[in-house]
Design a protein around this ligand. Structure first.
Ligand code: AMP
Length: 409
């Protein structure tokens, strides 16, 4: 996909239509209109697996505590109720159905926790778009290969709940495990058998079948792939990643049954992929995208930033500096300049990152919906494109991006 580039004719390229002409997912049909201020309906009885926020949270792994973050001014919730922590899928579905039956629009914000202001901007967007808001906190084993940081992914359950409570979020869906029969890639989900997945080894299968009582459930074997959008970029180094993301988002949509789900454009390819999946599989979910939130010095906010050494933290700011500079150059200079001048943009970005001590994974400039370069030589004026970057500082892999020439649907 990413290789399907269009060469402009001679030296004066004309903006070609993106290869993928398919329109972005249209918002799903709205559910029945909701009163501006719906009467609080009787709450569904809370099953045993559904706890109020003073209930027991899943064990948090040892992690550095988060620096306090300043939430953006939050819209007032349209409906107020104490935060509920729900750990069971059936209870989650019942919660959502009860709210929808009461005429409330349900908004879902999927996260892996260790929340920062970027996540909270998604919550605020959900509060604007829906009445009853559920934030899922689940570190999804299916998107981590066996050698990746699933076990050490930062966690701070208490801190997360405090932040969400302060914003007026209504529920947190915090399952201990979501894959029956064991987590994919051999990860251990808090005591659940860690077998299963499409990549289960033959000897593991045998072990699973012959294990002593009680016999384990058959492994999870159903996965979702978004054939084209998942190609390239993050897939080059993490080939398993988007299958894991698409699968868990499908599961969360089926469990939480939201009217609207909010994702961050920080993970740009992921956001496009989820929209495409929702459209292709006819989910009645409006998938909204929220702009990337940055630290005051420009670094894209990420749960993994806490792992940067002070030296790498200072150096990593170069990513945002250079891509924001290139955006300015392209949008101002290119209007009256020639696209030929933009040939050097990708090289400039790579060099700046490398000179700051980063290892570039990829730098690409692509059309926003198809994720295909409009012109492999550089940037075409007035066509919505996005600069996508992934780079490592030490062992921390960072993503960043910036949209050029507006924002496609
Ligand atoms: P994560 O917990 O990293 O899986 O992220 C959960 C959601 O938050 C995803 O939709 C991310 O794209 C979004 N997100 C994470 N960081 C940011 C950020 N800096 N700005 C906007 N959205 C973000």
């Amino acid at each position: 996909m990413a290789e399907a580039t269009l060469e402009p004719a001679a030296e004066a390229p004309v903006a070609e239509a993106p290869v993928d002409e398919t329109p972005a997912a249209e918002p799903a049909e709205e559910p029945a209109a909701v009163d501006a201020a719906p009467e609080p309906a009787p709450e569904p009885a809370a099953p045993a697996s559904q706890q109020k926020d003073d209930g027991e949270a899943p064990p948090a792994q040892a992690s550095p505590k988060q620096a306090p973050t300043q939430a953006a001014p939050a819209p007032a919730p349209k409906y107020t109720a104490p935060l509920e922590v729900i750990t069971d899928a059936e209870a989650m579905r019942a919660w959502s159905r009860a709210h929808r039956a009461a005429g409330r629009r349900v908004g879902l914000v999927p996260t892996m926790g260790y929340l920062h202001d970027g996540h909270l901007s998604l919550v605020n967007a959900a509060l604007e778009r829906a009445d009853a808001i559920v934030v899922s906190i689940y570190v999804n084993p299916a998107q981590f290969a066996a050698n990746e940081d699933f076990g050490t992914y930062p966690r701070d359950s208490e801190g997360d709940l405090a932040k969400l409570r302060a914003l007026g979020v209504h529920a947190v869906f915090q399952p201990k495990a979501l894959y029956r029969g064991g987590a994919p890639h051999g990860h251990d989900e808090g005591g659940a058998s860690s077998m299963g997945g499409g990549e289960i080894e033959e000897n593991q299968k045998i072990e699973n079948q012959s294990s002593s009582s009680p016999p384990s459930e058959p492994p999870h074997e159903t996965f979702v792939t978004v054939e084209e959008t998942q190609k390239g970029f993050c897939s080059r180094t993490r080939p398993h990643f988007f299958r894991g993301v698409a699968t868990v988002v499908c599961k969360l949509f089926n469990i939480c049954e939201p009217d609207v789900a909010v994702f961050g454009k920080k993970d740009y390819q992921q956001w496009r992929l989820v929209r495409r999946m929702a459209r292709d599989l006819d989910f009645a979910v409006d998938v909204a995208g929220v702009p990337l939130a940055r630290e005051p010095d420009g670094l894209a906010m990420s749960s993994r930033n806490v792992r940067l050494t002070p030296t790498h933290r200072a150096a990593a700011v170069r990513i945002s500096e250079v891509i924001l500079l290139v955006k300015e150059v392209c949008e101002l200079a290119l209007i009256n300049g020639t696209p030929k001048e933009s040939r050097h943009m990708k090289g400039m970005i790579k060099e700046a990152i490398q000179n700051s001590g980063g290892i570039v994974d990829y730098v690409d400039i692509v059309e926003q919906r198809s994720l295909v370069p409009v012109w492999k030589g550089g940037v075409i004026p007035n066509v919505p494109q996005v600069i996508l970057v992934a780079a490592k500082y030490g062992d921390v892999r960072l993503l960043d991006n910036v949209e050029l020439f507006g924002e496609a649907d």
